[in-house]
Design a binder for this molecule. Structure first.
Ligand SMILES: NC(=O)c1ccc[n+]([C@@H]2O[C@H](COP(=O)([O-])OP(=O)(O)OC[C@H]3O[C@@H](n4cnc5c(N)ncnc54)[C@H](O)[C@@H]3O)[C@@H](O)[C@H]2O)c1
Length: 342
């Protein structure tokens, strides 16, 4: 690998702008090709990001053969992730792809095997992990401030009027959004999913064709419980996109509004009906060397490829977050608790 990671970007739609913005701020990556089935899209992106001199095309394999990149950045739609990723791996490229890892669990498992067989890295963008506040809370949990974690709750309430394909999509909240929250839940709890019970419904007056609200109870490893309540069809008092959180430990609790408001109380004295507590400040700090959001995932991917190590969102780990999504859907459809195995 040369000084810069040479990458081609496949799928020049709306989210690739977040990638290219982060990439432009650093000299760690050279974009050496742009691919989209729709030629107009790659032209637009080249113009918007000053990449007019970069080769463009509609055929990823031809582009790989032309420019021999180290990696493929997959920003295509979920249904294309399987083909783009397995083809890129078969042609010797590492892959960093947009969430979700795959559109089905069978495809996800085949993609994980393909990366392992090729001895290459396939990692996934989970940008909501790469934020100062969530990392500051995680660091506080690692210090044992609230003791052993027993319960994690996440509330997600947004009245999102997308007006496009999402209004027609089945399991829209679980498939398109909840992967972020479930993955954040794994980061905050430090636990992996064991089983899930999910109830999904479409609230009266919904502007969605299918269920846009869901409640999930996840049993996690270490006896921990992760509760998710979400809706994309809820007007007023919106939460942040990062959710409202409550983390309960055996020595105290933390609440977080997904933004800059973090509160923590720990037990000072027990013996009475309600224990005496004191507030603990959790300063929001940037972990050394970490960048925010998409740039954070991309820069960690580049560093790991260079060092031969596994990024945090490598497919072998991220598949556990995806399994929470498909477990929840199976539970909602069957009306029963579902074991989650990866
Ligand atoms: N991480 C985040 O916060 C976040 C936010 C939005 C979307 N996403 C994810 O990003 C991905 C793309 O979403 P989007 O909103 O940019 O979609 P989009 O429809 O705007 O763009 C997708 C582009 O991919 C192209 N494409 C589709 N199949 C292709 C293929 N086989 N080869 C080459 N190009 C192909 C399409 O022509 C289109 O230009 C999805 O997986 C979505 O879930 C992530």
């Amino acid at each position: 690998m040369s000084k810069q990671l040479q990458a081609i970007l496949v799928g020049c739609g709306s989210i690739c702008n977040a990638w290219l913005k982060g990439i432009k701020e650093s000299d760690a990556v050279a974009i050496v090709g742009l691919v989209d089935l729709d030629e107009d899209q790659s032209v637009k992106v080249a113009e918007a990001h000053d990449l007019q001199d970069v080769p463009r095309g509609t055929d990823m394999v031809a582009m790989i053969q032309q420019v021999a990149p180290d990696a493929v950045f997959d920003c295509t739609i979920p249904e294309a992730h399987f083909t783009v990723t397995t083809t890129a791996l078969a042609h010797g490229c590492h892959v960093l792809g947009e969430k979700p890892l795959a559109d089905t669990m069978d495809n996800a498992q085949a993609m994980v095997r393909a990366a392992q067989d090729a001895g290459l890295t396939y990692a996934v963008i989970q940008n909501r992990r790469y934020q100062d506040a969530i990392r500051s809370i995680r660091a506080c949990l690692d210090r044992g401030t609230i003791g052993n974690i027993t319960t994690v709750n996440a509330d997600f309430y947004l009245g999102a009027h997308f007006g496009g394909f999402r209004d027609r999509m089945e399991h829209v909240l679980l498939l398109d959004m909840a992967i972020h929250t479930f993955d954040q839940g794994r980061l905050l709890s430090g636990a992996d999913p064991v089983s899930v019970y999910c109830h999904e419904w479409n609230p009266a007056g919904s502007w969605y064709d299918h269920d846009a609200s869901a409640h999930c109870i996840f049993q996690m490893t270490d006896g921990l419980v992760f509760n998710y309540r979400g809706s994309w069809c809820s007007e007023g008092l919106n939460t942040t996109w990062e959710c409202d959180w409550r983390i309960v430990g055996d020595k105290g609790s933390i609440t977080w509004n997904g933004g800059n408001q973090i509160h923590c109380e720990v037990v000072k004295k027990t013996g009475g009906f309600i224990s005496e507590t004191e507030a603990v400040d959790i300063p929001i700090e940037t972990p050394e060397g970490m960048y925010q959001s998409h740039k954070g995932v991309i820069m960690e991917f580049v560093r790991c490829i260079r060092e031969g190590t596994a990024p945090e969102t490598v497919c072998t780990d991220n598949v556990k977050s995806l399994a929470m999504v498909f477990g929840a859907i199976e539970s909602a459809e069957s009306g029963r608790k579902v074991d989650i195995t990866v």
